[in-house]
Design a binder for this molecule. Structure first.
Ligand code: SF4
Length: 58
């Protein structure tokens, strides 16, 4: 069982378009209590990703 640390308040200044994430809310808001972005060696946008993502269909 996955326990989600999700609030009802969107994170200010974070705009997310990943509708398939359980933390995603209408209006491109993220309601996770915090997020972690991975990609320490990133050299482009594609080299980064949100490790707080949880697939909402699972
Ligand atoms: S946890 Fe990451 S992928 Fe999910 S809504 Fe928030 S910012 Fe987007």
């Amino acid at each position: 069982m996955i326990i989600l640390d999700t609030t009802t308040n969107p994170i200010g200044r974070v705009k997310c378009v990943v509708e398939n994430c359980r933390h995603w809310h209408k209006g491109n808001h993220c309601v996770a209590s915090s997020i972690t972005v991975q990609g320490p060696q990133a050299t482009s946008v594609q080299g980064t990703d949100c490790s707080t993502f949880v697939n909402k269909t699972h």
